[in-house]
Design a protein around this ligand. Structure first.
Ligand code: URA
Ligand code: ZN
Length: 382
């Protein structure tokens, strides 16, 4: 019998070309040399991508760009396959022609990074696959975006694309994106929706809390808002086979889904626009299992698993699956590294233990969340 594989669907890289771009910049996002006199033996550079980075940026080193480091991290944690995505903020800060040019090059770089990775012995699966990226910036032409979707669709080791929440400047509910959704749906690419901006920093008050509030709350809430807007715009009605994978288990989307449905019901402007109850759409999405707790995973699975009840036709429940079949292990590597020299990363161990500890899941369901579901979604099963 073939070994059950552990597959990481949420793992990032700053490809060397992108890291060089960040080094060449005078404003955030950028990579800067560590201050002289720094006591760090390594790394010797700092990454500034978010507002108010603590103490001149986060330490950044080869774990952010080296493929050997990625494979070493995978080996250390028993991860067989990773679907690697570029980390935030992607190309959001570039003018359209530059974004288009570098997206093409980075997609080729990522294909090479994956295609030249080792294969898993006895199985014809590689250890690395990737999410490409589109030059989603204001002023970009639809044809440039469609060309980028086409490029990703023909690169054999790219199985989807990572996307932030800004679209081409007006968010993911912008009708200008309709041809892009259509092409992505047609090419059967998976969209990995990932946050970067959080919410308005004024929400965090004046106390110094490091990155805790923007990362723990701002990031997932950004995903919650972006996905809700996309649903409200009818994108999932227009493109029913579009496959969206939400970072951080979709943030607060599941917890707020019945409240959202109720607010829509009481607002005829929006209610008349949608074919189904909002809870149906929420159960049509895919979710990483990066929420660090068994109870949260169980809750997300139970909430999305009831989706069929909310399809407008009681006969055809549409694309419903048991909730756990829409969830997939992830690590968020190389973010959240160990602080005290531990060999195994706490962020990885916690997410694995969370899956293993879900009391309502059979071992088969847990194994599917750890790997089987991703192999299906990314069409890696033989
Ligand atoms: N911090 C980031 O900037 N990005 C992530 O994906 C995780 C943490
Ligand atoms: Zn991430």
């Amino acid at each position: 019998m073939l070994k059950k594989l552990l597959v990481d669907v949420h793992t990032h890289v700053y490809l060397p070309r992108y890291a060089d771009l960040l080094r060449s910049r005078a404003t955030v996002p950028r990579i800067i040399p560590a201050a002289t006199g720094s006591t760090d033996s390594k790394p010797s550079e700092r990454l500034l991508i978010l507002d108010h980075e603590p103490s001149g940026g986060r330490p950044v080193g080869p774990q952010y760009w080296s493929r050997d480091e990625k494979l070493g991290f995978m080996d250390k944690h028993g991860i067989d396959v990773s679907i690697v995505s570029s980390a935030n903020p992607w190309l959001d800060f570039l003018p359209a022609p530059d974004a288009s040019d570098i997206a093409t090059k980075l997609n080729d770089d990522l294909e090479e990074y994956c295609s030249s990775s080792p294969a898993i012995s006895e199985q014809s699966i590689k250890r690395l696959y990737g999410f490409g990226m589109l030059p989603l910036v204001p002023g970009i032409s639809t044809s440039a975006l469609l060309e980028s979707v086409r490029q990703i669709s023909v690169l054999p080791h790219l199985k989807g694309l990572i996307m932030g929440t800004k679209g081409v400047g007006k968010g993911l509910d912008d009708e200008a994106l309709d041809p892009v959704w259509e092409a992505i749906e047609k090419e059967k690419l998976v969209v990995f929706l990932h946050p970067h901006y959080g919410v308005d920093n004024n929400a965090w008050g004046e106390k110094e809390n490091g990155h805790v509030l923007p990362l723990a709350l701002g990031f997932p809430f950004e995903t919650t808002v972006a996905t809700t807007r996309l649903i409200l715009a009818g994108v999932l009605d227009k493109f029913p086979d579009l496959r969206l994978l939400l970072a951080h288990s979709g943030g607060a989307l599941t917890q707020l889904s019945s409240r959202l449905a109720s607010c829509i019901h009481h607002d005829p402007l929006v209610a008349s626009r949608l074919k189904h109850d909002a809870r149906y759409y929420i159960g049509r999405l895919y979710y990483d299992a990066v929420s660090y707790g068994s109870e949260e995973l169980q809750f997300v699975a139970d909430t999305i698993g009831r989706s069929g009840k909310y399809h407008s036709s009681s006969v055809d429940a549409g694309h419903t699956l048991p909730g756990s079949q829409r969830m997939m292990f992830g690590t968020d590597h190389p973010f959240f590294p160990p602080l005290n020299g531990e060999v195994k990363w706490r962020s990885v161990v916690e997410n694995l233990e969370a899956i293993q500890g879900v009391s309502g899941w059979s071992q088969e369901q847990k194994d599917s969340v750890k790997g089987g579901n991703a192999l299906q979604l990314f069409n890696l099963v033989q």
